[in-house]
Design a protein around this ligand. Structure first.
Ligand SMILES: [Fe+2]
Length: 184
């Protein structure tokens, strides 16, 4: 696990603007897990999943990860392999739930996501949690091609995507927890 965590952090060096993303996603994911009353074991699993969720991007060329413009269909296909690749990488740790969280973190609540097009409760809860907090952290972080939005604006976007891309109950929990900090 430690080696994978180190790889995940090292990977952030390949893409400007994502330093600290995995750690923040891990923190938010564990916090949300605790907030909805999951077990301590599950909270730990979410923290680990947060750190390694994008580890499959190790197999995506840096030129694609750093491409400022839109991706070609072929490049898009490569990027979309990262959840399945990542799940295969962590599967050796012997925790099938952790691997499932990684595999399904880009599924959409309405079934239009990837890699398996799962919908609603068929998506593992941990993967639905990752989707919410990953989106929030991406929106509130600066990237080379766009500025960060405020926390308040990010929460608005999360609420807009509740029920389509994101699990509405989890968005509601996350929103109520972070509403106090949303004035920035
Ligand atoms: Fe991802």
């Amino acid at each position: 696990m430690q080696a994978l965590e180190r790889l995940a952090v090292a990977l952030e060096g390949r893409v400007p603007g994502i330093a600290g993303h995995s750690r923040r996603v891990a923190g938010y994911a564990a916090e949300l897990a605790r907030g909805i009353g999951l077990s301590h074991e599950e909270e730990i699993r979410l923290a680990r999943a947060g750190v390694v969720h994008d580890i499959g991007k190790a197999c995506v060329p840096g030129s694609i990860l750093n491409k400022p413009g839109p991706l070609t269909p072929q490049e898009e296909r490569l990027v979309r392999q990262h959840p399945a690749t990542g799940a295969a990488m962590v599967s050796d740790l012997g925790d099938p739930d952790l691997a499932a969280f990684v595999r399904h973190h880009h599924e959409r609540f309405d079934g239009d996501g990837y890699p398996d097009g799962l919908a609603g409760a068929a998506i593992p809860l941990g993967a639905r949690i990752l989707a919410v907090v990953d989106t929030f952290d991406a929106l509130t972080s600066h990237r080379p091609y766009r500025r960060a939005v405020s926390r308040a604006r990010a929460l608005e976007i999360l609420h807009r995507e509740a029920g389509t891309r994101l699990d509405p109950d989890l968005v509601a929990h996350f929103g109520s927890r972070h509403a106090g900090f949303a004035v920035a």
